[in-house]
Design a protein around this ligand. Structure first.
Ligand code: C5P
Length: 240
């Protein structure tokens, strides 16, 4: 596979075409951003750690029947993925209160939720990713009702499996964000990444943050905690 033209520069990844029209080349960057990109710093090894973590999780999900865009991890900073047409929504699943949910409803940090909460945010840097409901999603024609239902089904399946993985690692999965795309033949496929950038993870015993909140709240070294997440992922078969 050969790396082709740059297609897109994100906050933590760069995407390139390849000589295969169905395959994209992703470079994971040593870069962290907060406040929708307004705060940006270089974080040593972050790209390598997130690439490895995301690759291991995607492989595990596929093994457990949750198909996704992951194809291969040819080197430390590179991932090959299946090309999809991205749906411009962030799908958030929450098991306990934190972040915007904690602020919005004035509830205690890590208050358990009676059932998982699902939320959607419209992907737009100019608008700061506003919350969007089902009816607004349909009215704007962002995704069909059938595909929205499929996204919800898959997001809850991902929640089940991620909770099991992290539980075995001594970690509580507080919440996470996923993104989906449509394949050439129109199927909803899990895409983007699953890493400590997009999940809220706390140590079950100490309640210490093991995710991007360390950067958001200036709690210490991101590299150190992401390395710890990767080390604990050795509970997965065939890793690291
Ligand atoms: O900020 P909020 O509480 O809504 O975030 C919920 C979850 O979604 C967190 O795990 C956060 O890391 C993730 N998220 C993300 N990208 C965003 C916004 C939130 O990965 N742009």
């Amino acid at each position: 596979i050969e790396k082709g033209a740059l297609l897109y520069t994100g906050k933590a990844k760069k995407m390139y075409a390849t000589n295969d029209p169905e395959v994209l080349w992703v470079d994971y960057l040593d870069q962290a951003t907060a406040l929708n990109g307004k705060r940006k710093v270089v974080v040593e090894q972050k790209g390598l750690l997130n690439n490895r973590i995301s690759s291991l999780i995607f492989q595990d999900l596929a093994k457990h029947g949750i198909q996704n865009h992951f194809i291969a991890q040819p080197s430390e900073y590179v991932q090959l993925v299946k090309r999809v047409k991205m749906i411009p929504l962030e799908t958030v699943v929450r098991n306990a209160a934190s972040g915007s949910f904690e602020r919005k409803f004035g509830v205690a940090y890590l208050q358990p939720l009676v059932q998982p909460v699902m939320e959607f945010f419209y992907k737009s840097d100019e608008l700061d990713d506003p919350f969007i409901n089902d009816s607004q999603i349909s009215a704007l024609g962002l995704v069909s009702p059938e595909n929205l239902a499929e996204m919800k089904r898959q997001a809850l399946q991902v929640n089940q499996r991620l909770q099991a993985i992290f539980d075995e690692m001594g970690i509580q999965l507080v919440d996470f964000k996923v993104e989906f795309g449509l394949t050439m033949d129109g199927h909803v496929l899990l895409a983007d990444e699953i890493s400590p950038d997009s999940c809220r993870l706390v140590d079950k015993q100490t309640k210490k943050s093991l995710d991007k909140d360390v950067f958001r709240k200036n709690l210490g070294s991101l590299t150190t905690v992401y390395r710890e997440v990767l080390d604990r992922l050795s509970v997965l078969e065939g890793s690291p």
